[in-house]
Design a protein around this ligand. Structure first.
Ligand code: PBG
Length: 325
């Protein structure tokens, strides 16, 4: 039946009607708040490229985690800035490393809050790549796997609730699963960055985490932004290797990928609204050309509508606050 029998505006007439037929929900329970923890840091220090996000000492991270928990954000994702970097990123698997210490401290203070750790070498290597470099400058996949396995076991022993490998090495979910099994950590969920694109939108994060590659770029291991079938292939391989949640990153330019991965696998899908997506809205709001709150809620609702069950966003605490008022 068409117009005039059908008038879609009938259900748009009042807020109550719109709410009754709303297809997509957004709640603090869907969100994860990323945090940057600095080894030996004191208190908080603002991150210039990401207004509103701070570098945190361990104490400040515990406080920040408590603030997220108080707003009913279910979890945080930890990124670590080590005291020292070296060619293989050895601080990453140090049981007294910054992420390990922060994980223990946060879990002790807020046992019900989920602590998800980012698992990657780029913040820890002097060259800024996500793995060990071969003589020709390429990242050595299989040698990197061995190091990622050590990080996974160390994070698990520190009490992490889930691990989120973001390196994009081939075979890493299977390798991590085997390393965790061997360490008696078979119950550890893996949130695999299955479709992590070689994206310009990571720019602000690379300042925040001090992990821009000294030479070259990450296109030799991260996905080509032009490819979606390949993302589905990555996701399917991760499922076969034992991933529990699949992640797509960035989020807004890749809504079709979120949808395809969700439909093809049926697994829980996480989407990461990355630093550049955050900084764009912040800059537009600061310039007075966007309503920040409305733009953020719309972007996050769009990401959920595309099929994301979980959204990782630097706006998590703000959104939780906005949704409560
Ligand atoms: C590194 C990593 C990156 C991000 C998360 N983990 C950057 C990169 O791959 O260069 C980006 C997150 C963001 O931009 O918010 N493994």
């Amino acid at each position: 039946m068409a117009f005039p029998e059908t008038r879609l505006r009938r259900l748009r007439k009042t807020g109550a009607l719109r709410s009754l037929v709303r297809e997509t929900s957004l709640s603090p329970a869907d969100l994860i708040s990323p945090m940057f923890v600095v080894a030996g840091g004191q208190g908080r220090a603002p991150i210039a490229s990401m207004p509103g996000v701070d570098h945190l000492s361990i104490d400040a991270a515990v406080e920040e985690a408590g603030a997220a928990a108080a707003l009913e954000v279910p979890g945080v994702m930890l990124f670590g800035l080590p005291a020292e970097k070296d060619a293989v990123g050895s601080e990453a698997w140090d049981d007294e490393g910054v992420v390990q210490l922060a994980t223990r401290a946060i879990k002790a203070a807020h046992p019900d809050l989920l602590v998800i750790t980012d698992l990657c070498l780029c913040e820890y290597t002097s060259h800024g790549h996500c793995g060990v470099l071969r003589a020709d400058g390429a990242v050595d996949n299989d040698e990197t796997l061995e190091l990622l396995g050590r990080i996974a076991v160390s994070h698990a022993r520190a009490g992490a609730d889930a691990l989120a490998p973001s390196d994009m090495m081939d075979g890493r979910v299977g390798h991590l699963r085997a390393a965790l099994d061997e360490a008696g950590e078979s119950d550890m969920p893996i949130i695999a960055h299955s479709a992590k694109y070689a994206s310009a939108f990571y720019g602000p994060f690379r300042d925040a985490a001090d992990c821009a590659p000294q030479e070259g770029d990450r296109r030799g291991y991260q996905l080509d932004p032009a490819n979606a079938a390949e993302a589905v292939r990555e996701a399917e391989l991760d499922v076969d290797e034992g991933a529990d949640v699949l992640m797509v990153k960035p989020a807004l330019p890749y809504l079709d990928v979120i949808r395809r991965v969700k439909e093809r696998t049926g697994l829980p899908v996480a989407a990461y609204q990355v630093s550049g997506e955050y900084a764009m809205i912040k800059a537009a709001a600061a310039a007075g050309v966007l309503d920040e709150r409305a733009a953020v809620l719309e972007a996050l609702t769009g990401i959920r509508r595309a099929g994301a069950d979980v959204v990782i966003t630097y706006y998590a605490k703000d959104v939780a606050q906005w949704l409560q008022t």
